[in-house]
Design a protein around this ligand. Structure first.
Ligand code: GLN
Length: 287
């Protein structure tokens, strides 16, 4: 249902904006999904969409292996609400999932989501998956293995603590037992606190459960999931913002595939300018 809504929204915005980019060259594979859009695009002269259409057209031809089969296989770890979580129907849902599906629609490919451990995502790009979207922060270490799209969201680490706690500032984390999801930027931060004992989990929610059960003094996790977890366990825990360094989320891409990066960035820019991106922010993050 969400997909249908996104498609409808895309069809409407594209019809209004007159940005009919994929109608001409994409008719073979795109028509089934974008029916109404095709005719309205063709009926209307294009005026303000030249940049977008160039990007999209050339990328569909040249980003070879990854898009040529018409399927973009996307890795995620659906344990990170509101960016990704398992929906009521058992399928991954969330802001990132809706965003990558909207990007797939722009590129005329089908998006298949693979739910896997966060810590395996980067290494799986180019084999099990084409790209990864997982509230993933751009870091130097990851940039050695993968490329990143333009950033689509700014984040920051928050600290979850029990309602009763002596932790009131970042310095108070020294010497504490601190949980985080394995391989995340929150996990990597723990070593900054002198004498802290790190505890790593495959899912952030498991760390949160240990915090609730008194096995941890604190959990470090990105702001938006922290808000969700603090809300879900509001009788026991609270969040704290210690003004850590801002982080940028981006889509992880195969190293050196410039055509794919250009295609993804072009689609992202279109989704920002046509209002779809903000709609998704409102729907998933700021509701
Ligand atoms: N933003 C953090 C990171 O990239 C956490 C991401 C996540 O747990 N999905 O490491």
């Amino acid at each position: 249902m969400k997909k249908a809504a996104v498609l409808l929204m895309l069809a409407m915005t594209m019809a209004f904006a007159g940005c009919g980019t994929d109608s001409a060259d994409n008719s073979a594979q795109g028509q089934a999904e974008s029916g109404g859009k095709v005719s309205s695009d063709e009926a209307e002269p294009l005026d303000d969409s030249n940049a977008g259409s160039d990007t999209e057209d050339s990328s569909e031809v040249s980003s070879g292996d990854v898009l040529a089969d018409g399927v973009l296989t996307v890795g995620t770890n659906a344990e990170f609400p509101p960016f990704e979580f398992v929906g009521d129907n058992g399928e991954p849902d969330g802001f990132d999932i809706a965003l990558i599906k909207a990007i797939g629609d722009k590129l005329g490919v089908e998006v298949e989501v693979e739910n896997m451990e966060f810590d395996s995502l980067v290494a799986s790009i180019g084999s099990k998956i084409d790209v990864a979207i997982a509230g993933m922060t751009v870091t130097d270490e990851r940039t050695r293995m993968v490329d990143f799209s333009d950033s689509y969201y700014q984040a920051v680490q928050f600290v979850l603590v029990p309602l009763e706690t002596e932790i009131a500032a970042a310095d108070d984390l020294a010497g504490k037992t601190i949980g985080a999801q394995l391989g995340t930027t929150g996990d990597l931060m723990i070593e900054d606190f002198e004498g802290a004992t790190p505890k790593q989990y495959n899912k952030a929610v498991d760390a949160v459960n240990d915090l609730v059960n008194g096995r941890l003094d604190a959990v470090i996790v990105d702001k938006n999931p922290a808000l969700v977890f603090a809300d879900n366990f509001s009788d026991q825990i609270q969040y704290m913002d210690f003004n850590f360094e801002p982080e940028d989320y981006a889509i992880a891409l195969p190293k050196g595939d410039e055509a794919l990066a250009e295609a993804v960035n072009g689609a992202l820019a279109e989704l920002k300018s046509d209002g779809t991106f903000d709609e998704l922010v409102n729907q998933y993050i700021e509701n």
